[in-house]
Design a protein around this ligand. Structure first.
Ligand SMILES: [Zn+2]
Length: 418
């Protein structure tokens, strides 16, 4: 590891010394990245400075125009102190104002370090500004075993830094599908997932709340581990549905999906009481998910875990009972009543599920045992929108992705963007 760090360090030493040389070449109207020892200056930089404006700093309001240009800003990690970013080939390194710009050509590792006080260091380059790593065509960046092909923005944040990738939507989807659905599943199931994930992403981009990024790389948005490692099946599913989204009344909607619905999906309000119910999210039948282990389950949760959650809603004491207070027509609990020696509380089952790890709220049976609470139920996840096991089952029985989407998002249309 140490050896691999040495090369870019040495290079950046040269680069920093050469930084002042950038001015003359700027007069020629070309971007110039200071060259490493023995390398020619980049006279054929990817684009001219006019074209090659680095992405605007996060405070720039134009950063909000993401749905139009279909580039997403994905938070790879936050509050890092150190990061080793490997690059398989040439990478351009610059600050948003282009006051510092370098390139590294040989494969290696770039060591990023937080210096504190909003300052970061990459090699010998120190900056209070964001540092952008732009891989050349064909170069991949690897961090934490995840492989990225988009630009990585290293954003200083007090005593740490964030890594945010700017990636085109379709590349982003290459890095979502294998982690939201197995790449080994039938193509038509993967295509249904591609359309659902694309729609969900674009809908999310309508409501960006964070200054520096649009999407998380975990379940808060969708699982994403970089679009640089591409599975053939996933690439085919994304490419063959390129630009296709689901709409209802000509609007995008949150195309929720989950692992297994246990024989039928539910209205979005069963899980999120504040959500507007629309026909595509009002529930659907599912006859194709019983092959999965998630279809029917039993599990035990310790008293301690239940009581830890009870404490967060202000209920203490020893556990006496858990009862389903309300459920939907399909048998999904919306509310549970927890009773202890000190009193009782009725809570949303969705929150209870996330806190205790029970697979779903489609609970058939709850019984208090000595140390555990025994649950029996069906399905895995919130049960709204597309059932992934059901999509898999439908594809295996010969249904195409349009039929799959029509089943799980009734009344929705497949529309083309662009
Ligand atoms: Zn299902």
């Amino acid at each position: 590891m140490k050896n691999s760090l040495r090369a870019p360090f040495a290079f950046l030493c040269v680069a920093v010394l050469c930084a002042a040389c950038a001015a003359p070449s700027q007069k020629r109207g070309r971007a110039d990245y200071s060259a490493a020892k023995g390398e020619s200056p980049v006279v054929s930089a990817p684009q001219t400075p006019e074209e090659k404006q680095p992405d605007p700093p996060s405070q720039d309001p134009s950063a909000k125009k993401l749905p139009a240009d279909k580039t997403g800003r994905i938070l790879i990690t936050e509050k890092q102190k150190n990061a080793d970013i490997k690059h398989s080939g040439r990478v351009y390194i610059y600050t948003p104002d282009l006051s510092k710009k370098y390139k590294v050509s040989a494969p290696g590792t770039l060591a990023v370090k937080a210096l504190g006080g909003g300052k970061i260091q990459l090699g010998t380059l120190q900056s209070t500004q964001t540092i952008i790593l732009e891989p050349a065509q064909g170069t991949l960046l690897t961090w934490n075993k995840n492989v990225y092909s988009g630009k990585i923005f290293i954003i200083p944040a007090g005593n740490s830094f964030h890594l945010v990738e700017h990636a085109p939507l379709e590349t982003y989807l290459y890095g979502v599908l294998p982690y939201e659905m197995s790449y080994t599943w039938p193509l038509e199931a993967l295509k249904a997932q591609a359309v659902a994930a694309r729609t969900y992403t674009l809908k999310s981009l309508e409501n960006v709340k964070n200054q520096n990024f649009d999407l998380y790389s975990d379940v808060r948005s969708q699982m994403y581990k970089g679009g640089g490692k591409q599975y053939d099946s996933v690439k085919k599913a994304v490419d063959e549905t390129r630009g296709q989204v689901l709409t209802f009344d000509d609007n995008l909607f949150y195309t929720y999906y989950h692992a297994n619905c246990g024989g039928g999906t539910d209205d979005v309000r069963s899980w999120n009481p504040g959500a507007a119910s629309i026909k595509p999210l009002s529930g659907a039948s599912c006859k194709y998910d019983s092959h999965s282990k998630s279809h029917s389950w039993q599990m035990n949760v310790s008293h301690a875990k239940v009581l830890a959650y009870a404490k967060t809603v202000g209920l203490t004491g020893t556990l006496k009972s858990i009862k389903i207070a309300r459920k939907t027509d399909t048998g999904r609990a919306t509310n549970l009543t927890i009773r202890t020696s000190k009193g009782s509380k009725t809570v949303a089952c969705g929150k209870f599920r996330l806190a205790t790890g029970i697979r779903s709220c489609k609970i058939n049976k709850v019984s208090i045992r000595n140390k555990d609470v025994h649950f029996e139920g069906k399905g895995y996840g919130h049960g709204v929108g597309m059932c992934q096991d059901g999509a898999n089952g439908m594809a295996k029985s010969g249904k195409d992705y349009r039929k799959i989407l029509k089943n799980y998002y009734p009344g929705a249309k497949i529309a083309e963007i662009n």
